[in-house]
Design a protein around this ligand. Sequence first.
Ligand SMILES: Cc1ncc(COP(=O)(O)O)c(C=O)c1O
Length: 376
Amino acid sequence: MSLFNVYPLFDITPIFAKDVFVYDKNNTKYLDLYGGHAVISIGHSHPTYISSITNQLQKIGFYSNSVQNPLQEKLAQKLIQLSNCKNYELFLCNSGAEANENALKLASFHTQKKGVLAFKNSFHGRTSAAVAATDNAKIIAPINAQQKVNFIELGDLEAAENILKQGNTCAVIIECIQGVGGLDESTTLFYQGLEILCKKYNSLLIADEVQAGFGRTGDFFSFQKHLITPDIISMAKGMGNGFPIGGILIHPKIKASYGLLGTTFGGNHLACSASLAVLNIIEKEQLMQHVTKISEYFLAEAKKLPKLKNTKGRGLMLGLEFDFPVAELRKKLIYKHHIFTGSAANPNVLRILPPLTITKQHIKQLFEALKKEIHE
Ligand SMILES: Cc1ncc(COP(=O)(O)O)c(C=O)c1O
């Protein structure tokens, strides 16, 4: 049986990984500045992470959500401590799309409304409501197109108010820094204005932190720079460092009731132990502080690059915008220099989403390779 062919694959087969490096079947060593698409937070195969999951597996790997699981409580407490998002409640699931799906569903239950306001260039996942709120017609099937979603420009408060005042929007869903879309971010004034509008027109504000969360920007969540308080915060990617786990933080004004949300696998013992290890390592190794410092170094070095139009993003959620399409450059980085990077909807943007443990030496390696290729 062949695989359903939906991914254009690079011809590389990783079989081993350690911290910021991935090794293929020929033992070629690749510098991972892509982090498996912003998933690797604490570095590949961190020993504490491995022992946490292994120890848990030797006790119990899974049981259903119909019994007590103290690891979920422990994870909730640690999340509150590190994120400083006090008073929220936690619901666990398995992926980013699922987190957004639950967030949108909850907003609809809470407000008893159906419409969603989303932003041009947004990406929120590939399932029902999440994909409908994603600005990419190619991945929206007719069955998803039944959802009522309005898309406006990021930063356009007037357009937001024009939609919200019609009174049928259950949620505004936003990535404070757009990931797939190409690292655009609006102003604090805009995010705070949006929060005010949501309150005024009884819509919930959902911060999609699936990619930007868990310390990637140097803050625990990217919205925190703008001093807003979203009603729901969705998380995934860096949360499990590769172990599938997602979740939403829910403001206490949204009331739980039995059966409102549910999942078979979400919040299982292994996933919780993976995410707890991630949080403990972020804390112990002071990775958020490290991200802020190393990001400054990256941005200073980037300024020395020829043909660079712009740098985008924050922390280790970065983009290098050139004055030419980067697809060929990206291939050369992989096959010639053995460096993984990411792409964006904007063809001129090279995305940098490394493990949060990268050091100056790794950044130097990237810029040396880039200078060589740009000169050629
Ligand atoms: C901002 C954002 N939201 C949601 C998702 C969907 O996450 P998943 O692929 O885990 O369903 C992604 C994935 O890239 C994302 O970047």
